[in-house]
Design a protein around this ligand. Structure first.
Ligand SMILES: *Cc1c(COP(=O)(O)O)cnc(C)c1O
Length: 367
């Protein structure tokens, strides 16, 4: 079986250094808010290209804390609107709702799967305070048009960079383009921990301070509580593991790129729509997405032939029970992607033989 993602193999690649790092923490007797967090936050902010990085418990929290901090700072208030892609993982939208803000869904461009910059302006109202772009599948969602709209309407630009560690826009890394970015280090992400972990990157000193406080009980100083916060800290073991894996992120992403190039040049089956990639640096290939009208058949065919695939995502956020108020709305492109998308095996540990095998099996598929 060619796995969608062989996490055991990913971890094994760095086992010696990971074991060294974790036992260093185990033996140190210090497990939270210590040197490992400090080091990883410094290294990750340098990697992304921002002044500040604040570690937290997971990627959803990272996004929640960005909006929460803007609310605490008086930049946003409950009832304000935030533009977000309709075609995204639910976490992007949950982070907005969680803060009493109103998510305003915008359809994707069917060629890139990213929020359609041409459809953003018509969604802007006097209540709009921010645009949350999601670099979905690892591909840069930012365009100059989006930057111009943020300037014109005085909107905050927030990035959901959960899937795009290492992706660049004109040389600049995603996660450093907007006012703030949320990162997830869920184990399967390009930079993955051995459990839950997340971070915010930003150049805004005050925002970073408020986030550090709200994610730590709302505390600005030990036993002094300025905000009604929560406990959402990044633990020392995960920080140490992430710091090891960060060193190899570019190398890992390079391998993802090679796999993607092989897929794109090798898959010739006319029933399968390949991703359109104009700039290979503007894609971190977290997910290699293809589309086909007979998606479920293709999934079953691949399964039978020993290739594991996953759908990202089978039910769009506006059709979920948790957002009942949107259930009778139609976002046709988002729904089309949900019906046609299939994610092929993609990881830095895939061998050429595995990639060639997936290509051969796909090309033999008769829809
Ligand atoms: C994974 C992911 C998140 C959430 O990250 P967690 O660490 O699982 O909380 C948010 N947004 C997107 C687009 C994701 O893929």
């Amino acid at each position: 079986m060619i796995k969608f993602l062989d996490l055991e193999k990913v971890t094994a690649k760095y086992a010696d250094e990971i074991n060294e790092a974790t036992s260093r923490v185990v033996n140190s007797g210090w497990y939270l808010q210590g040197k490992e967090n400090e080091k990883f936050e410094k290294d990750f902010s340098e990697y992304i290209g921002t002044k500040y990085c604040v570690g937290c418990a997971n990627g959803l929290d990272a996004l929640i804390w960005i909006f929460r901090a803007y609310v605490e700072m008086g930049v946003m208030k409950p009832g304000d609107e935030v533009i977000v892609p309709a075609n995204t993982y639910i976490a992007s939208i949950l982070a907005i709702s969680e803060n009493g803000l109103i998510p305003v869904l915008v359809e994707p461009d069917i060629n890139t799967y990213q929020i359609d910059p041409e459809k953003i302006e018509e969604a802007i109202t006097p209540k709009t305070k921010a645009i949350l772009i999601v670099h979905l599948y690892g591909q840069c969602a930012y365009t100059e048009k989006i930057g111009e709209l943020c300037k014109k309407y005085n909107l905050k630009l927030i990035e959901d960079n959960a899937q795009a560690h290492g992706c660049r826009f004109n040389g600049q890394r995603t996660g450093s383009i907007g006012d703030a970015a949320g990162h997830s280090f869920y184990p399967g992400k390009n930079l993955g921990a051995l459990g839950d972990a997340g971070a915010v990157t930003t150049n805004d000193e005050e925002l970073a301070k408020v986030i550090r406080a709200v994610a730590n009980y709302g505390s600005t100083k030990k036993y002094v509580f300025k905000y009604i916060g929560r406990n959402s800290r990044l633990d020392e073991i995960q920080a140490a593991v992430l710091d090891v894996k960060l060193r190899y992120l570019d190398e890992d992403n390079q391998r993802r790129k090679e796999v993607a190039k092989k897929y794109i040049s090798g898959i010739t089956n006319p029933e399968i729509i390949l991703p359109k990639v104009e700039d290979y640096d503007a894609h971190a290939f977290h997910i290699f997405s293809v589309r086909t009208k007979k998606r479920d058949e293709l999934h079953d065919y691949l399964e039978k032939n020993g290739v594991q695939t996953i759908i990202h995502y089978p039910i769009p956020p506006h059709k979920q029970d948790c957002y009942k108020e949107w259930n009778d709305r139609n976002y046709p492109l988002t729904e089309q992607i949900a019906a046609e998308e299939l994610s092929l095996p993609m990881s830095p540990v895939m061998t050429d033989e595995e990639v060639n095998e997936v290509i051969r099996i796909l090309n033999e598929w008769q829809a």
